[in-house]
Design a protein around this ligand. Sequence first.
Ligand code: FMN
Length: 171
Amino acid sequence: MVEFEHVINTRRSIRQYQDRDVSDDDIMKILKAGMQAPGSRLGAEPWEFIVVRDKKTLDELAEIKPRVKTAPVAIVLVANIERAFYKAHWQQDMSAACENMLLEAVNLGLGGLWNGVAPTEETMDEVAKLFDLDNVNLVPFSVVTIGYPADGWENKFMDKFDEARIHYERY
Ligand SMILES: Cc1cc2nc3c(=O)[nH]c(=O)nc-3n(C[C@H](O)[C@H](O)[C@H](O)COP(=O)(O)O)c2cc1C
């Protein structure tokens, strides 16, 4: 476990991974982190997760989201809209879970990437088809790839702070 600020500051989008497996234990920790996220209504969070390790499925997914290519594991975040209380907030709920997962990956010495799916209809349809999400209430949101970063793709600090964006009391 590393210091919280270090995790926040060094998380980077990792788009290439080593040919090395990620343990089930670590994947479970990442899933648990996702489900600890804030949601627009406690107990009515829409998130569900499909853990994908099968190489053939990963290759098929990479045809839709190319950065999946070298990942040993991908987690498809699916919103179960039927369960959501504030249905219009489903993308915010899913985003919160997604970011928690990426941060936990860094905490575990891994790297991750938010591969966007929603709101691009075409990509959503392709992912839904691949995973047989044939219920209108099951909507793919993103794909989180996880793995040990390849050489040159390590998590590292990048200064994104911009004081000019901060306003006090009024814009
Ligand atoms: C909603 C969303 C969708 C994203 N989709 C993709 C994607 O499809 N492919 C990709 O390579 N990166 C994707 N990213 C990652 C961003 O490109 C990345 O966060 C940004 O370049 C900043 O880099 P950093 O994550 O290293 O700070 C996405 C990020 C967000 C928040």
